[in-house]
Design a protein around this ligand. Structure first.
Ligand code: 5GP
Length: 209
């Protein structure tokens, strides 16, 4: 046996918008060939540059509701008056095949995922170094009105308030360091005894010799 069969890791990376989780996710996906991103379904409008089936599955509300009805979503939540949810089948297939899956979802989705897959989920919350720094990053993104900035800060506070639901909490001070820390969490999770479904057989064979 080359490697011991195991379940994949369900790695949830959550943060307030503007903390840098998208850049961290991108770097992780490049460095970790066994890790793939769960592509969510959403009812929000497609932004410039976004591709259906790559960034999201863009769906109408009736289409989304039908997915919920058919039990096709592992979790779903409302965020800023739009629906977001994780398609079940690709995640279950990947985990059973020992492939790790990365989730860029908000706190409600994380809690539901934990309920559905308690032995699989490893949750990481990324905190900004300070609220002032977060505000600077949110302002830097685009020319937004003061009301829009204030609304985003409210969304950020709501997400940060759920920090204690997560297994790991990191402060994103330096990008490279954060990426390295997330990778070490992923690597450690892979070798968790409970995740290595092939261990009983491996050890039985080991002791037989
Ligand atoms: P955005 O519209 O900016 O792409 O995402 C808005 C928020 O929805 C982000 O916090 C993102 O993590 C979250 N999100 C994206 N996909 C899902 C999903 O499938 N489920 C849940 N619960 N949240 C999601």
């Amino acid at each position: 046996m080359d490697s011991i069969p195991r379940r994949g890791v369900c790695l949830v990376l959550a943060s307030a918008p503007g903390v840098g989780k998208t850049s961290v996710s991108r770097a992780l996906l490049e460095m970790e060939p066994n890790l793939s991103l769960s592509i969510s379904a959403t009812t929000r409008a497609r932004r410039p540059g976004e591709i259906d089936g790559v960034h999201y599955f863009f769906r109408t509300q009736p289409e989304f509701d039908a997915m919920v009805e058919r039990g096709e979503l592992l979790e779903y939540a409302r965020f800023l008056d739009r629906s977001y949810g994780t398609p079940r089948a690709p995640v279950e297939e990947a985990l059973a095949a020992g492939r790790d899956v990365l989730f860029d979802i908000e706190w409600q989705g994380h809690l539901q995922l934990r309920q559905k897959l308690p032995a699989d989920v490893v949750g990481i919350h990324l905190l900004p170094p300070s609220l002032a720094e977060l505000e600077r990053r949110l302002r830097g993104r685009a020319q937004e009105s003061e009301a829009e900035i204030a609304r985003r800060l409210d969304v950020a506070r709501a997400e940060i308030a759920h920090w204690s639901d997560f297994d790991h909490v990191l402060v994103n001070r330096a990008f490279d360091r954060t990426v390295a820390e997330v990778r070490s969490i992923l690597h450690a999770a892979r070798s968790a005894r409970t995740r290595q479904s092939g261990l009983p057989d491996f050890v039985a064979a080991l002791l037989k010799d």
